[in-house]
Design a protein around this ligand. Structure first.
Ligand code: ATP
Length: 274
């Protein structure tokens, strides 16, 4: 089955996500300094750098939590800078939230909360079980099951989230963001806190998501093994500046990158950590 032909899915191919000249300051500290890069449609683009390099700040600019003092973020023809996070998500650029998944309900309940933003039938029609609302609800449930299948959660769909392992809860987080039908998925340290087995599984999930949904993925990550195995392109930040950009092989050999990492004693981009 073509997973993107379902009535409730968003069928467009992703457009470029263009970050241009973005500068962010916090009380005199320049956390991002004139940073530019483009996420090519359908690619996995990693943003890496030593501690304090500006990765999280960059992520927060992309998702709309931080507003830069100068520079722009564009998704296709849409200017994202200055828009609220929910407006950015509605335009097709969605992020995962670490604490948004509730342990109260089942996996399906969580994913259906994610579908809520796409629901057209009003509260009253849904509450009265009017036929069009019931049809729409069924279509959303079917799509939520498809998405659960893509991230490997199908057999857990009706189980309470509280009973899942940490790795599976992280999948619920990703699936919930995917329920918004984004064309660009922003992942902030997707394997943080995972053990080796969970990390290996997470790499496969991210690959499958990209292949089956054809979306672009922006990855902010400390785990160099994951970045080197998954990314098509890597942007390297240090002290808020972009110091390198290229394929994983290009950046791992870049003298500026080696200097930045060796200077901090952090895990270098040459190491396969996971
Ligand atoms: N809300 C804030 N207020 C003040 N300074 C901040 C804020 N957020 C980040 N900073 C500072 O901006 C710089 C970049 O921080 P950021 O968290 O973006 O780096 P990072 O690369 O994500 O670091 P890490 O790998 O340690 O998470 C750091 O010097 C940090 O202390």
């Amino acid at each position: 089955m073509n997973l993107r032909t379902t009535a409730t899915a968003r069928p467009e191919t992703p457009r470029p996500l263009e970050v241009e000249g973005v500068t962010v300051r916090f009380a005199g500290l320049t956390a991002l300094d004139d940073v530019s890069f483009t996420v090519a449609p359908g690619s996995v683009h990693a943003v890496i750098g030593p501690n304090g390099a500006g990765k999280s700040t960059c992520f927060n600019v992309l998702s709309g939590l931080y507003r830069p003092v100068s520079g722009t973020v564009r998704y296709g023809e849409h200017l994202l800078t200055g828009l609220a996070p929910h407006r950015i998500a509605a335009l097709g650029v969605a992020r995962t939230f670490q604490n948004i998944v509730t342990t109260e309900g089942t996996v399906g309940d969580n994913l259906m909360l994610g579908r809520h933003a796409l629901t057209r039938a009003g509260f009253v029609s849904s509450a009265l079980h009017l036929p069009h609302a019931v049809r729409e609800q069924r279509a959303h449930l079917a799509r939520a099951r498809e998405i659960a299948g893509i991230v490997g959660l199908e057999r857990h769909f009706d189980q309470p989230v509280a009973l899942l392992s940490y790795g599976d809860r992280k999948r619920v987080e990703m699936a919930r963001a995917l329920c918004l039908e984004p064309r660009v998925l922003l992942l902030d340290e997707p394997v943080a806190g995972m053990n080796t087995t969970e990390r290996t599984a997470a790499v496969e999930v991210i690959r499958t998501v990209r292949e089956q949904l054809g979306l672009s993925i922006v990855l902010v990550e400390h785990d160099m093994g994951l970045v080197m195995r998954l990314a098509d392109e890597v942007t390297v930040l240090d002290f808020g500046r972009r110091i390198a950009h290229g394929t994983p092989d290009e950046v791992r050999q870049d003298p500026e990158v080696l200097r930045a990492y060796l200077g901090t004693g952090a895990d270098t981009p040459g190491k396969e950590a996971a």
